[in-house]
Design a protein around this ligand. Sequence first.
Ligand SMILES: Nc1ncnc2c1ncn2[C@@H]1O[C@H](COP(=O)(O)OP(=O)(O)OP(=O)(O)O)[C@@H](O)[C@H]1O
Length: 705
Amino acid sequence: MSTYDESLPAQRQSGAVESAVFDAELIDDVPQAPSLTRWQRFMNWWQRSRHVPLALKSRHAAKNALLRLAGLLLWSPWWFVSAVGRGAVAVFRTWRKWVRVHDYREAAEQSEKLADKFIEIRELTLFRWKVTGMTVVAVATAGAVVYLLYGGRALWIAAAVVGLGMAVFGRRKDGAPGRTPTLSGPRSLTWMMDPQMLVDAFRDAKLIGKDESLRLVERASHDGAGWAVTVDLPATRKAADVIKNREALASALAVDELQLIAERVRGRGGHAGRVFLWVADSDPYAGPPLQFPLLDVERWDAWQPIPFGRDARSRRVDMQLVWTSLLIGAIPRQGKTFATRLPAAGLILDPHARLYVFDGKGGKDWEAAANVAHRFVCGDEIEHAERIRGHLVELVAEVQARYARMSTLDDDLCPESKITPAISQDRDLGMPITAVIIDEVQVYLENPVREDVGGKKSTLGAYIADLLTYLARKGPAVGIVVILATQRPDSNTIPSRLRAVLGSRFALRVMDWRDSNIVLGEQITTRGFDASTLLPGHKGVGILRPDADTDTGADMIAKTVRTYFMANPDWRTICERGRALRQEAGTLTGHAAGDDEQRAVDPAAVLKALSNGAAIEEEAVTIPEPLASVLDYLGDDLDDREFVPTAELVAALDVEPTMFGRQMGECGCQPRRGRAASEDGTIRQVRGYYTAGLRTAAAEHGGDG
Ligand SMILES: Nc1ncnc2c1ncn2[C@@H]1O[C@H](COP(=O)(O)OP(=O)(O)OP(=O)(O)O)[C@@H](O)[C@H]1O
């Protein structure tokens, strides 16, 4: 999947460099292009010169400088008042400590000599109270004298001087803990005025240490519908951790996590510690639906990435279908069918593409595709599931035949034993790009009808899962694309062996983080992506995890995408256009051409293919650490014991307790209070893990629980 910006300027890497910034240091390490002309040389000098003020170097910088100045002026009274307030509190605290002889008292307490020193401390306290009283009287007298001699103005001047002193005393110290007090509301506005706010937010979110700082590659600036900034983390910190803990950073910046985009800057000009942050001014997924760009297109090439939606920064996100397969999961009414119809539309507009469309919902949503699909089944009865099984068996045989046919092609036409555009469009070879699109696939996968598969007892649903697994595993190389959509993304419905071979994933809102992991892949929540946190009102918004093996998915783990909207009449128009294109090209076949007859296939060959292709193999069980070690340690005790104290596990596994707790949480195991016998035999309440919870978590990760 690829993203590119049509409407916004690309993320700026070059640009002006600020000479002095609060706590942060600005750098400019992006290479400049070699100057050619005199004008370019002059501009080069102008941009680099220390003597030319930053604000004169570009219109953008001038705008930012003006905004910054306006901001400074606007905010300065507030800063002063709050600094004086902090100063007053600090002065009061210091005085209180002094008057109560705090340090002396503490030292005596620590050396357990408080009783001996009590009289001494009391005397000193009384003396300091007297000094305080005398000072108050002296100041009041001095105030009265000044007022009598010089009038009220002198008192105001004195108050201002004292206020200034308080402000200096109360100025914020670097690394002061806690949230930075500011006016409520998003703090993105303040970034550009005060990079220290950003540094504080990183500290508050525990992404950098108390004594660490950020290096701003470029000062925060307005970019599109939000504020952008690129920062370098301290040497020991990783950009991936910022992405992972985006929610904490969003909280520190007081914005919704959907508004905060954190991306790694990779390749040239990037490194493992460089993060690009973008905070949307408002909800980036609100507003009128986005129109599907292919509505205005006469035809499309299935080999081209298909427009799928836009990310928060309004950059287009495309989806490459050839070479991969797609799983779409969501709870009902979030836009699953609409999202599934987008890649389908791209394929429909390619007259060379062949479609197998199966709709388990049985409504009107896919009706129009019947006019263009080679195979079409709509309904959730047993007869529908059986017909689908027949069509999938036919397709498995077709995959085998394609492999056999490709092995006879010469190297010019087929250089890599893989389908090419030329092969897929050559009608004599009969290997068009073929998509199997199944909406509400769980309807068929859960079909309990008993089925005898090659002498083994199975169910119709399990057999369909095996066939789909084979197609998703072996099909992409010969031009088969599998697209499955489900409203029940749980591990029982979509077997892990099938999920494991579905390369691209798209999760609209789901019930909880486990379902999110099931659709998007294990551990994705720990990398900062959780589809259960998407908002119900955000129809059509989901997290896309592209196939890392495709060109368009190589550079990103996942991203939140707002899918294009294609209303039913537009969908029908696209299907009609697809039919007309096929009629013109002579490629209208199967159901759409009134031919529903299944090709004769050798069932034994299909069964052999399934077992040879290991489609019925179970996916390797990968239980993440430290859960795997905990299960290892408990062994048979997992069934015999009800509760294991955290202290016991920490000691047995020799791990750091805080980190252990966090990692167990990421594996889905939360510590609870339980009863355990201590060394002296007494029963005590301690924190630990119930073995039932450990078993459930293990099962979630594919173990036998
Ligand atoms: N990209 C989008 N932008 C705006 N609204 C959308 C988008 N996609 C879907 N919707 C809205 O969401 C509603 C539900 O969509 P859809 O029918 O695809 O949901 P679903 O998840 O398939 O539901 P079900 O599981 O009940 O079939 C639609 O009526 C549509 O108006």
